[in-house]
Design a protein around this ligand. Structure first.
Ligand code: ADP
Length: 229
């Protein structure tokens, strides 16, 4: 589903390398944590997967397509299959929970009927049924991130990419968000999460890929945040 081979990247021609010889393969249905200190290259890698950035060397295949050679006109199709979750939520604050989610469906051309059928189902999944009509700005941080998750999955993407999804949340809400991601994964969606939340990584015992100063240092099944090298 995601295959990285010999990826090198630097932002500026003469700048430092931010990714160095990155190799990994992620199969459909996996749940993978990306961990490592700030600046390790996690966000850069995620931006490559949605083809915001093209690696200077090496190749990255997503859903079987080499992204370097992908025509710009195909990029929206790629992104339609990837749900994004952000640390800072990025919601329409003045709109309601339901409107935020419906909006993400509407932009793909979904009919009103499909929207009416699917939104309640997804709200139920993230535990926000009671908050459908509440404005996002009146929700707690944990609830806002659940809206973010609902929006990410509303169009049934094959993969979710969450970049520090619990970075602004307390431990209880963080755990809740990771639990929903786990449920989404169990229902068949591939999930990639960049996080600093060592407690949750250790508790969930999923595959962990460590990056450090642009290098992939550890890739282990049922890994831990602070792996012994
Ligand atoms: P992480 O997500 O692990 O914190 P990033 O991928 O954001 O790491 O950053 C990796 C490195 O790339 C850092 O040294 C960062 O300063 C650098 N970097 C990130 N974005 C840019 C950019 N747009 N221009 C130049 N350097 C960047």
């Amino acid at each position: 589903m995601v295959e990285a081979k010999g990826i090198y990247h630097r932002y500026d021609k003469k700048g430092k390398d931010v990714l160095i010889d990155i190799n990994f393969m992620i199969n459909r249905g996996e749940f993978v944590f990306f961990v490592g200190p700030s600046g390790a290259g996690k966000s850069t890698l995620f931006k490559m997967i949605i083809r915001e950035i093209i690696p200077r060397e090496g190749y990255l295949k997503v859903f079987g397509h080499d992204l370097s050679g992908m025509r710009q006109s195909r990029v929206p199709y790629l992104r339609r299959n990837i749900g994004m979750v952000f640390q800072d939520f990025r919601l329409l604050d003045e709109r309601t929970t339901a409107e935020n989610i419906a909006f993400a469906m509407r932009v793909t051309g979904a009919s009103q009927r499909e929207i009416r059928r699917r939104v309640p189902y997804v709200l139920e999944l993230v535990g926000l049924r009671e908050k459908a009509a509440a404005r996002v700005c009146d929700l707690s941080g944990g609830e806002q991130q659940r809206v973010g998750l609902a929006r990410a999955i509303i169009n049934r993407p094959a993969m979710i990419i969450a970049d520090e999804p619990t970075g602004n949340l307390d431990p209880d809400n963080s755990y809740e968000i990771m639990n929903i991601l786990r449920t989404i994964n169990i229902r068949g969606t591939t999930v990639l999460v960049a996080t600093h939340n060592s407690e949750i990584v250790d508790r969930l015992k999923k595959r962990v890929i460590h990056l450090n100063q642009g290098r992939l240092t550890v890739d282990e099944e049922k890994g831990a945040y602070a792996s012994v090298l």
